[in-house]
Design a protein around this ligand. Structure first.
Ligand SMILES: *Cc1c(COP(=O)(O)O)cnc(C)c1O
Ligand code: SF4
Length: 454
């Protein structure tokens, strides 16, 4: 018997059928019966605009229904009125209350969605790689050593996060769906690009896919022509939203065996576990899933954004990082929430984000201090807020690139005027009276170049 299977039986976990609710089934969620009619109506209004999908493991095991609406997992998965601007909410609510004609309601919903800016960070224009001069829409190649791949069968998640910046992918807008048609294109591209060492498979959630589909993408990478692909990362929230994927689902054993086979072939395999709160680590099945994955030799690294109304305090972050280290997960990134979707509800000023990060760091051991951040995944690269300080009487943010479109930008400190309210890189101005940040001219030139080439 292989090791993965043995490890799986350490804790008895009963299988659970996957049962999921979308905005059409809000009335079927019995846990909501205790809410007022008005509260449920508000949820329906918001769920008509933002993606809503939640499964019964999240409802039954992760949410504390004695603590709503404050419960962080409730906030993470259930729509809240304040996620929309009051005008937008009122407009759609009014139409729904009056049973307005379908087209009229849809038009209002489309308007509100358009205002929520579905595609941040210039992903559409700048990052789509080409094969034989044909764009590969299911891929992004922004940083030299890492290719992102969005398999078409992985563009959903086991539940949806209310803050998700990928929400445009989930609401059926096909123009925005970066979906790959074929594994063969991915393989052909990677074969040509020997500078790429890391493949990051993401979504949605690629672990929504059946193992047999994952095998199609991953097994060929064990051949010698892909020796340059040293690291295979899978971006996933299944460890939180559906840990049964690794424990009792029909093809969970095959999934673990696939991870193990890749490791045995010398690949570094990492699950990039998306975590927002320590409560996600607290159930027996979540722990069993982590143990099973680690028993294959794959690593689990954790990343997630700082979010108002969910985890906007240092204690929760310190608690989460400590718990992760205890379970063998490596803390990797604290992100700043992107400039999109329900950001009005979740955004946290950069100055505050740095305080939360620093306070949390102070309270964990060295093994928990592997998380970098707060980091903004912005157009020119991943920019970290290193701190706030005063230089020659001017209060400034100290910043650095963790990743840059030009690798030479990485790790150079640069400075922005302190701004208590700024929530994103584009709100920041260079310090010391300078006109531009050091990378701006070069970045503009890159964008022009991409337009000409495109
Ligand atoms: C974060 C990110 C990566 C991975 O960067 P690492 O620093 O290697 O984790 C790759 N591509 C894009 C577009 C990213 O945002
Ligand atoms: S799991 Fe990730 S991709 Fe899916 S809804 Fe949450 S943030 Fe978005």
């Amino acid at each position: 018997m292989n090791q993965a299977i043995k490890i799986k039986t350490l804790t008895e976990i009963e299988a659970r059928p996957f049962k999921v609710y979308t905005h059409r089934h809000l009335d079927k969620i019995t846990a909501l019966d205790n809410l007022s009619e008005e509260q449920r109506f508000e949820m329906k209004v918001v769920a008509s605009i933002l993606p809503f999908r939640v499964n019964d493991y999240v409802i039954d095991e992760l949410i504390d229904w004695n603590n709503i609406p404050e419960d962080p997992i409730f906030q993470l998965t259930f729509p809240q009125r304040e996620m929309l601007k009051p005008e937008a909410f009122d407009r759609v609510a009014e139409l729904m209350r009056n049973d307005a004609p379908k087209e009229e309601l849809q038009a209002a919903i489309d308007d509100v969605r358009a205002e929520l800016n579905p595609h941040p960070a210039g992903q559409m224009e700048l990052n789509v790689p080409k094969l034989d001069n044909e764009p590969l829409p299911g891929m992004q190649h922004k940083y030299r050593e890492t290719v992102l791949f969005f398999p078409s069968q992985g563009q959903v998640c086991h539940s949806y996060c209310t803050f998700c910046f990928r929400w445009a992918q989930f609401i059926g807008d096909n123009d925005l769906k970066f979906a790959a048609k074929e594994a063969s294109k991915l393989h052909a591209y990677l074969k040509e690009h020997t500078e790429v060492t890391d493949l990051l498979i993401t979504g949605g959630d690629p672990l929504v896919m059946k193992t047999k589909h994952l095998q199609q993408y991953l097994e060929p990478l064990m051949e010698p022509e892909f020796d340059h692909i040293q690291t295979i990362r899978l971006g996933t929230k299944a460890l939180t939203f559906w840990p049964y994927r690794f424990v009792t689902d029909a093809d969970s054993t095959e999934l673990l065996e696939l991870l193990e086979a890749l490791v045995r072939k010398g690949k570094h395999v990492a699950l990039m576990g998306h975590y927002n709160h320590w409560k996600e680590l607290d159930t027996p099945v979540a722990r069993e899933a982590i143990r099973s994955v680690r028993a294959t030799g794959a690593e689990i690294r954790s990343q997630g954004p700082l979010l108002d109304n969910i985890n906007n305090n240092a204690d929760d972050w310190a608690h989460m990082w400590k718990e992760q280290v205890k379970l063998g997960i490596i803390p990797y990134y604290m992100f700043v929430e992107r400039d999109t979707g329900a950001k009005r509800y979740f955004e946290v000023p950069l100055a505050r984000a740095w305080e939360v990060y620093r306070e949390a760091m102070k309270n964990v051991s060295g093994l928990g201090r592997t998380a970098r951040g707060p980091s903004m995944s912005a157009d020119p690269g991943k920019v970290e807020i290193q701190g706030v300080t005063e230089i020659h009487g001017e209060k400034v943010f100290v910043l650095r690139f963790i990743q840059g479109r030009n690798p030479d930008w990485v790790q150079r400190p640069f400075f922005a005027k302190y701004d208590e309210e700024a929530t994103w890189l584009n709100h920041l101005k260079p310090a010391f009276g300078e006109e531009k940040f050091f990378f701006e001219d070069e970045f503009e030139a890159m964008k022009k170049q991409a337009q000409i080439a495109g």
